[in-house]
Design a protein around this ligand. Sequence first.
Ligand code: SF4
Ligand code: SF4
Length: 365
Amino acid sequence: MDWLPRKQFEVLLSSLRARGHRLVGPQVRDGAIVYDSLERADQLPQGLRDAQSPGSYRIESSDNSRWFAWANGPQALKPLTFVPRETLWRARRDDQGTLHFESPGLDEAPLAVIGVRACDLAALRLQEQHFMAGEVAAPNFAARRQRLFLVAVHCTHPADTCFCASTGDGPHAEAGYDLALHELDDGFLVEAGTEAGTALLEELPLQPVPDGAQEKADEEIDQAARSQQRGLPSHDLRGLLFGNLEHPRWEAVAERCLSCGNCTAVCPTCFCHAESDHPTLAGDVTEHVRAWDSCFTAGHSYLAGFVLREDTRKRYRQWLTHKLGGWHDQYGRSGCVGCGRCVTWCPVGIDLTEEVAALQEDGHD
Ligand code: SF4
Ligand code: SF4
Protein backbone atom coordinates (compact mmCIF):
# COMPACT_ATOMS: atom_id res chain seq x y z
CA MET A 1 0.00 0.00 0.00
CA ASP A 2 1.28 3.48 -0.91
CA TRP A 3 0.14 7.07 -0.51
CA LEU A 4 -0.65 9.52 -3.32
CA PRO A 5 -0.95 13.09 -1.98
CA ARG A 6 -4.06 14.88 -3.29
CA LYS A 7 -1.97 17.55 -5.03
CA GLN A 8 -0.29 14.78 -7.07
CA PHE A 9 -3.55 13.27 -8.34
CA GLU A 10 -3.12 15.09 -11.66
CA VAL A 11 0.02 13.01 -12.23
CA LEU A 12 -2.14 9.88 -12.22
CA LEU A 13 -4.40 11.41 -14.87
CA SER A 14 -1.52 12.63 -17.04
CA SER A 15 0.27 9.25 -16.79
CA LEU A 16 -2.83 7.47 -18.04
CA ARG A 17 -3.20 9.98 -20.85
CA ALA A 18 0.46 9.53 -21.80
CA ARG A 19 -0.22 5.79 -22.18
CA GLY A 20 -2.86 6.58 -24.79
CA HIS A 21 -5.95 6.28 -22.64
CA ARG A 22 -8.97 8.47 -23.05
CA LEU A 23 -10.17 9.35 -19.54
CA VAL A 24 -13.68 9.39 -18.15
CA GLY A 25 -14.56 10.20 -14.58
CA PRO A 26 -17.54 11.21 -12.46
CA GLN A 27 -19.02 14.63 -13.16
CA VAL A 28 -22.35 16.34 -12.66
CA ARG A 29 -24.49 16.32 -15.80
CA ASP A 30 -28.23 17.08 -15.89
CA GLY A 31 -28.46 16.97 -12.10
CA ALA A 32 -26.77 13.58 -11.63
CA ILE A 33 -23.24 12.23 -11.23
CA VAL A 34 -22.30 10.31 -14.38
CA TYR A 35 -19.13 9.42 -16.26
CA ASP A 36 -17.93 12.02 -18.73
CA SER A 37 -14.65 12.95 -20.40
CA LEU A 38 -12.20 14.01 -17.74
CA GLU A 39 -9.42 16.47 -18.44
CA ARG A 40 -8.58 17.76 -14.96
CA ALA A 41 -9.15 16.76 -11.35
CA ASP A 42 -11.08 19.98 -10.67
CA GLN A 43 -13.90 18.62 -12.87
CA LEU A 44 -14.58 15.93 -10.25
CA PRO A 45 -17.67 16.47 -8.05
CA GLN A 46 -16.04 18.15 -5.06
CA GLY A 47 -18.20 19.41 -2.20
CA LEU A 48 -21.25 17.50 -3.37
CA ARG A 49 -23.28 14.62 -2.02
CA ASP A 50 -26.31 12.73 -3.22
CA ALA A 51 -29.61 12.15 -1.47
CA GLN A 52 -31.27 8.98 -2.75
CA SER A 53 -34.43 7.18 -1.76
CA PRO A 54 -36.93 5.01 -3.66
CA GLY A 55 -37.92 7.02 -6.74
CA SER A 56 -35.77 10.02 -5.83
CA TYR A 57 -32.24 11.33 -6.53
CA ARG A 58 -30.91 14.76 -5.66
CA ILE A 59 -27.45 16.35 -5.68
CA GLU A 60 -26.77 18.60 -2.70
CA SER A 61 -23.90 20.78 -1.54
CA SER A 62 -21.80 19.50 1.30
CA ASP A 63 -18.89 20.82 3.32
CA ASN A 64 -16.87 17.71 2.45
CA SER A 65 -13.90 18.68 0.28
CA ARG A 66 -13.35 15.16 -1.09
CA TRP A 67 -13.98 14.27 -4.75
CA PHE A 68 -15.61 10.89 -4.25
CA ALA A 69 -17.84 11.42 -1.18
CA TRP A 70 -21.05 10.29 -2.86
CA ALA A 71 -22.72 7.10 -4.04
CA ASN A 72 -23.21 5.92 -7.60
CA GLY A 73 -25.47 7.86 -9.93
CA PRO A 74 -27.60 6.25 -12.65
CA GLN A 75 -24.73 5.27 -14.94
CA ALA A 76 -22.73 2.10 -14.34
CA LEU A 77 -19.81 0.78 -16.38
CA LYS A 78 -22.36 -1.07 -18.52
CA PRO A 79 -22.81 1.49 -21.32
CA LEU A 80 -19.03 1.76 -21.73
CA THR A 81 -18.67 -1.91 -22.71
CA PHE A 82 -22.19 -3.06 -23.67
CA VAL A 83 -23.22 0.10 -25.50
CA PRO A 84 -26.95 0.89 -25.69
CA ARG A 85 -27.14 0.68 -29.48
CA GLU A 86 -24.60 -0.32 -32.10
CA THR A 87 -24.29 -1.79 -35.57
CA LEU A 88 -22.89 -5.32 -35.35
CA TRP A 89 -22.52 -5.86 -39.08
CA ARG A 90 -23.50 -4.40 -42.39
CA ALA A 91 -24.49 -6.14 -45.64
CA ARG A 92 -23.94 -4.44 -48.97
CA ARG A 93 -25.17 -5.59 -52.42
CA ASP A 94 -22.94 -4.66 -55.32
CA ASP A 95 -23.98 -3.94 -58.93
CA GLN A 96 -23.76 -7.64 -59.80
CA GLY A 97 -26.11 -8.52 -56.94
CA THR A 98 -23.43 -10.15 -54.78
CA LEU A 99 -23.77 -9.57 -51.04
CA HIS A 100 -20.74 -8.41 -49.03
CA PHE A 101 -20.78 -8.61 -45.24
CA GLU A 102 -18.57 -6.30 -43.23
CA SER A 103 -18.00 -5.46 -39.58
CA PRO A 104 -17.84 -1.77 -38.75
CA GLY A 105 -15.02 -2.67 -36.32
CA LEU A 106 -13.98 -0.64 -33.34
CA ASP A 107 -11.93 2.50 -33.70
CA GLU A 108 -11.88 3.56 -30.06
CA ALA A 109 -8.93 4.60 -27.90
CA PRO A 110 -8.29 2.56 -24.74
CA LEU A 111 -10.44 3.94 -21.96
CA ALA A 112 -9.44 4.65 -18.36
CA VAL A 113 -12.35 4.99 -15.94
CA ILE A 114 -11.72 6.93 -12.74
CA GLY A 115 -13.86 6.34 -9.66
CA VAL A 116 -15.36 2.89 -10.29
CA ARG A 117 -17.22 1.44 -7.30
CA ALA A 118 -17.01 -2.11 -5.99
CA CYS A 119 -20.57 -2.98 -7.02
CA ASP A 120 -19.85 -1.99 -10.61
CA LEU A 121 -16.68 -4.09 -10.70
CA ALA A 122 -18.77 -7.06 -9.55
CA ALA A 123 -21.35 -6.27 -12.22
CA LEU A 124 -18.64 -6.11 -14.88
CA ARG A 125 -17.45 -9.59 -13.86
CA LEU A 126 -20.99 -10.86 -14.42
CA GLN A 127 -21.19 -9.19 -17.80
CA GLU A 128 -17.86 -10.77 -18.71
CA GLN A 129 -19.33 -14.17 -17.84
CA HIS A 130 -22.24 -13.47 -20.15
CA PHE A 131 -20.46 -11.84 -23.11
CA MET A 132 -16.99 -13.36 -23.01
CA ALA A 133 -17.27 -16.88 -21.60
CA GLY A 134 -17.80 -19.77 -23.98
CA GLU A 135 -16.30 -20.49 -27.35
CA VAL A 136 -17.27 -17.25 -29.07
CA ALA A 137 -17.01 -13.95 -27.23
CA ALA A 138 -19.08 -10.93 -28.24
CA PRO A 139 -16.31 -9.16 -30.20
CA ASN A 140 -17.15 -5.52 -29.45
CA PHE A 141 -17.72 -6.17 -25.74
CA ALA A 142 -14.48 -8.15 -25.51
CA ALA A 143 -12.49 -5.48 -27.38
CA ARG A 144 -13.81 -2.69 -25.19
CA ARG A 145 -13.22 -4.70 -22.01
CA GLN A 146 -9.66 -5.50 -22.98
CA ARG A 147 -8.95 -1.80 -23.51
CA LEU A 148 -10.32 -0.72 -20.13
CA PHE A 149 -8.11 0.53 -17.32
CA LEU A 150 -10.12 0.68 -14.11
CA VAL A 151 -9.30 2.99 -11.22
CA ALA A 152 -11.57 1.98 -8.35
CA VAL A 153 -12.38 4.21 -5.42
CA HIS A 154 -13.70 2.39 -2.36
CA CYS A 155 -17.15 3.62 -1.38
CA THR A 156 -17.37 5.50 1.92
CA HIS A 157 -20.71 7.27 1.36
CA PRO A 158 -23.32 4.71 0.29
CA ALA A 159 -26.80 5.97 -0.53
CA ASP A 160 -29.90 5.02 1.44
CA THR A 161 -30.81 2.71 -1.43
CA CYS A 162 -27.46 0.82 -1.49
CA PHE A 163 -27.19 -2.72 -0.15
CA CYS A 164 -23.91 -4.05 -1.57
CA ALA A 165 -22.79 -5.23 1.89
CA SER A 166 -25.62 -7.81 1.94
CA THR A 167 -24.74 -9.19 -1.51
CA GLY A 168 -21.03 -9.32 -0.69
CA ASP A 169 -20.07 -6.92 -3.49
CA GLY A 170 -18.97 -3.81 -1.58
CA PRO A 171 -18.37 -1.22 -0.29
CA HIS A 172 -14.68 -2.22 -0.45
CA ALA A 173 -13.43 -3.16 -3.94
CA GLU A 174 -11.78 -6.56 -3.60
CA ALA A 175 -10.93 -7.46 -7.19
CA GLY A 176 -11.31 -6.51 -10.83
CA TYR A 177 -9.47 -3.17 -10.73
CA ASP A 178 -6.13 -2.04 -12.09
CA LEU A 179 -5.71 0.48 -9.29
CA ALA A 180 -7.76 0.90 -6.12
CA LEU A 181 -7.82 4.13 -4.16
CA HIS A 182 -9.16 5.01 -0.75
CA GLU A 183 -9.74 8.74 -0.55
CA LEU A 184 -8.87 10.52 2.69
CA ASP A 185 -8.83 14.29 3.23
CA ASP A 186 -5.23 14.88 2.13
CA GLY A 187 -4.72 12.13 -0.40
CA PHE A 188 -5.24 8.53 -1.39
CA LEU A 189 -4.17 5.12 -0.20
CA VAL A 190 -3.36 3.35 -3.44
CA GLU A 191 -2.70 -0.25 -4.46
CA ALA A 192 -2.43 -2.12 -7.75
CA GLY A 193 -4.54 -5.09 -8.77
CA THR A 194 -2.90 -5.93 -12.12
CA GLU A 195 0.48 -5.74 -13.81
CA ALA A 196 -0.71 -2.68 -15.74
CA GLY A 197 -1.62 -1.05 -12.44
CA THR A 198 1.75 -1.90 -10.91
CA ALA A 199 3.56 -0.43 -13.92
CA LEU A 200 1.57 2.77 -13.62
CA LEU A 201 2.27 3.06 -9.90
CA GLU A 202 5.99 3.09 -10.66
CA GLU A 203 5.49 6.39 -12.50
CA LEU A 204 3.66 8.13 -9.67
CA PRO A 205 5.25 10.31 -6.95
CA LEU A 206 4.16 7.95 -4.17
CA GLN A 207 4.99 8.38 -0.51
CA PRO A 208 4.87 6.12 2.56
CA VAL A 209 1.41 5.78 4.07
CA PRO A 210 0.98 8.44 6.82
CA ASP A 211 0.48 7.21 10.39
CA GLY A 212 -3.12 6.29 11.09
CA ALA A 213 -4.28 6.53 7.46
CA GLN A 214 -4.92 2.81 6.99
CA GLU A 215 -6.83 2.57 10.29
CA LYS A 216 -8.94 5.58 9.31
CA ALA A 217 -9.68 4.00 5.90
CA ASP A 218 -10.67 0.67 7.49
CA GLU A 219 -13.01 2.44 9.89
CA GLU A 220 -14.65 4.37 7.02
CA ILE A 221 -15.30 1.15 5.10
CA ASP A 222 -16.75 -0.55 8.20
CA GLN A 223 -19.00 2.44 8.78
CA ALA A 224 -20.12 2.46 5.13
CA ALA A 225 -21.13 -1.20 5.39
CA ARG A 226 -22.84 -0.74 8.77
CA SER A 227 -24.84 2.27 7.52
CA GLN A 228 -26.68 0.25 4.86
CA GLN A 229 -30.25 -0.35 5.95
CA ARG A 230 -31.49 -2.43 3.05
CA GLY A 231 -30.45 -5.96 2.18
CA LEU A 232 -31.24 -9.18 0.41
CA PRO A 233 -31.43 -12.38 2.45
CA SER A 234 -28.34 -14.54 2.19
CA HIS A 235 -30.27 -17.81 2.14
CA ASP A 236 -31.66 -19.60 -0.91
CA LEU A 237 -33.18 -16.80 -2.98
CA ARG A 238 -33.59 -19.08 -5.96
CA GLY A 239 -35.82 -21.45 -3.99
CA LEU A 240 -37.80 -18.56 -2.50
CA LEU A 241 -38.58 -17.02 -5.89
CA PHE A 242 -39.31 -20.15 -7.87
CA GLY A 243 -41.32 -21.53 -4.95
CA ASN A 244 -43.66 -18.53 -5.04
CA LEU A 245 -44.52 -18.01 -8.70
CA GLU A 246 -48.23 -17.63 -7.92
CA HIS A 247 -47.80 -15.46 -4.83
CA PRO A 248 -50.33 -12.55 -4.68
CA ARG A 249 -47.43 -10.10 -4.20
CA TRP A 250 -46.74 -10.23 -7.96
CA GLU A 251 -50.23 -8.86 -8.57
CA ALA A 252 -49.72 -6.14 -5.96
CA VAL A 253 -46.43 -4.94 -7.43
CA ALA A 254 -47.90 -5.02 -10.94
CA GLU A 255 -50.55 -2.52 -9.85
CA ARG A 256 -47.75 -0.03 -9.14
CA CYS A 257 -45.25 -0.93 -11.87
CA LEU A 258 -45.41 1.17 -15.05
CA SER A 259 -43.49 -1.38 -17.16
CA CYS A 260 -41.21 1.52 -18.08
CA GLY A 261 -37.97 -0.51 -18.03
CA ASN A 262 -35.98 2.11 -16.08
CA CYS A 263 -34.86 -0.56 -13.62
CA THR A 264 -33.35 -2.72 -16.36
CA ALA A 265 -31.71 0.27 -18.09
CA VAL A 266 -29.87 1.40 -14.96
CA CYS A 267 -29.08 -2.11 -13.70
CA PRO A 268 -25.37 -2.75 -14.23
CA THR A 269 -25.86 -6.47 -14.83
CA CYS A 270 -28.93 -6.56 -17.14
CA PHE A 271 -27.78 -7.69 -20.56
CA CYS A 272 -30.98 -8.34 -22.53
CA HIS A 273 -31.01 -6.89 -26.01
CA ALA A 274 -32.87 -7.08 -29.29
CA GLU A 275 -31.43 -7.27 -32.80
CA SER A 276 -33.00 -5.77 -35.90
CA ASP A 277 -32.14 -5.07 -39.54
CA HIS A 278 -32.36 -1.59 -41.05
CA PRO A 279 -32.23 -1.54 -44.86
CA THR A 280 -31.78 1.64 -46.87
CA LEU A 281 -34.67 2.74 -49.08
CA ALA A 282 -32.64 1.72 -52.14
CA GLY A 283 -32.26 -1.75 -50.64
CA ASP A 284 -28.53 -1.97 -51.37
CA VAL A 285 -27.28 -1.76 -47.77
CA THR A 286 -28.66 -3.05 -44.50
CA GLU A 287 -27.39 -2.49 -40.97
CA HIS A 288 -27.78 -5.22 -38.34
CA VAL A 289 -28.27 -3.34 -35.07
CA ARG A 290 -28.22 -4.50 -31.48
CA ALA A 291 -30.00 -2.34 -28.87
CA TRP A 292 -30.75 -2.78 -25.18
CA ASP A 293 -34.09 -4.44 -24.49
CA SER A 294 -35.93 -5.13 -21.26
CA CYS A 295 -38.08 -7.77 -19.55
CA PHE A 296 -40.71 -5.04 -19.47
CA THR A 297 -41.32 -4.67 -23.23
CA ALA A 298 -43.93 -6.71 -25.05
CA GLY A 299 -41.49 -7.53 -27.84
CA HIS A 300 -39.03 -9.15 -25.45
CA SER A 301 -41.30 -12.16 -24.97
CA TYR A 302 -42.71 -12.25 -28.50
CA LEU A 303 -42.42 -15.78 -29.84
CA ALA A 304 -44.04 -17.32 -32.91
CA GLY A 305 -46.90 -14.84 -33.06
CA PHE A 306 -47.55 -14.59 -29.31
CA VAL A 307 -46.42 -12.27 -26.53
CA LEU A 308 -45.73 -14.79 -23.75
CA ARG A 309 -45.58 -12.25 -20.92
CA GLU A 310 -48.57 -10.18 -21.86
CA ASP A 311 -49.03 -8.34 -18.55
CA THR A 312 -46.89 -6.45 -16.04
CA ARG A 313 -47.26 -9.14 -13.37
CA LYS A 314 -45.50 -11.65 -15.59
CA ARG A 315 -42.85 -9.14 -16.70
CA TYR A 316 -41.90 -8.02 -13.19
CA ARG A 317 -41.91 -11.64 -12.03
CA GLN A 318 -39.65 -12.57 -14.94
CA TRP A 319 -37.21 -9.79 -14.04
CA LEU A 320 -36.95 -10.70 -10.38
CA THR A 321 -36.99 -14.49 -10.71
CA HIS A 322 -34.30 -14.35 -13.40
CA LYS A 323 -32.15 -11.74 -11.66
CA LEU A 324 -32.24 -13.32 -8.22
CA GLY A 325 -33.04 -16.95 -9.08
CA GLY A 326 -32.20 -18.10 -12.60
CA TRP A 327 -28.79 -16.41 -12.56
CA HIS A 328 -27.67 -18.93 -9.94
CA ASP A 329 -28.05 -21.66 -12.57
CA GLN A 330 -26.47 -19.63 -15.37
CA TYR A 331 -23.69 -17.77 -13.58
CA GLY A 332 -23.36 -19.36 -10.15
CA ARG A 333 -24.68 -16.38 -8.23
CA SER A 334 -27.46 -13.83 -8.06
CA GLY A 335 -27.50 -11.13 -10.73
CA CYS A 336 -27.87 -8.38 -8.12
CA VAL A 337 -24.79 -6.60 -6.81
CA GLY A 338 -26.72 -4.33 -4.44
CA CYS A 339 -26.08 -1.03 -6.24
CA GLY A 340 -29.60 0.19 -5.45
CA ARG A 341 -30.04 1.92 -8.81
CA CYS A 342 -33.29 0.15 -9.67
CA VAL A 343 -34.73 1.37 -6.36
CA THR A 344 -33.66 5.00 -6.82
CA TRP A 345 -34.53 5.28 -10.50
CA CYS A 346 -37.89 3.50 -10.44
CA PRO A 347 -40.36 6.36 -10.99
CA VAL A 348 -42.82 4.84 -8.52
CA GLY A 349 -40.20 3.76 -5.99
CA ILE A 350 -40.57 -0.02 -6.22
CA ASP A 351 -37.88 -1.56 -4.02
CA LEU A 352 -36.83 -5.11 -4.89
CA THR A 353 -35.62 -5.73 -1.33
CA GLU A 354 -39.15 -5.01 -0.08
CA GLU A 355 -40.62 -7.33 -2.70
CA VAL A 356 -38.30 -10.14 -1.67
CA ALA A 357 -39.02 -9.50 2.02
CA ALA A 358 -42.76 -9.72 1.33
CA LEU A 359 -42.34 -13.07 -0.41
CA GLN A 360 -40.19 -14.27 2.44
CA GLU A 361 -42.63 -13.14 5.09
CA ASP A 362 -45.64 -15.06 3.93
CA GLY A 363 -44.46 -17.18 1.02
CA HIS A 364 -43.11 -20.69 0.74
CA ASP A 365 -39.43 -21.01 1.61
S1 SF4 B 1 -31.16 -5.43 -9.45
FE1 SF4 B 1 -31.16 -3.29 -8.77
S2 SF4 B 1 -29.82 -3.22 -6.96
FE2 SF4 B 1 -29.44 -5.17 -8.02
S3 SF4 B 1 -27.69 -4.76 -9.39
FE3 SF4 B 1 -29.55 -4.38 -10.61
S4 SF4 B 1 -29.99 -2.18 -10.33
FE4 SF4 B 1 -28.51 -2.76 -8.76
S1 SF4 C 1 -40.23 -1.67 -11.41
FE1 SF4 C 1 -40.21 0.58 -11.59
S2 SF4 C 1 -38.52 1.03 -13.01
FE2 SF4 C 1 -38.99 -1.15 -13.26
S3 SF4 C 1 -40.49 -1.22 -14.95
FE3 SF4 C 1 -41.69 -1.09 -13.05
S4 SF4 C 1 -42.07 1.12 -12.75
FE4 SF4 C 1 -40.40 0.95 -14.26
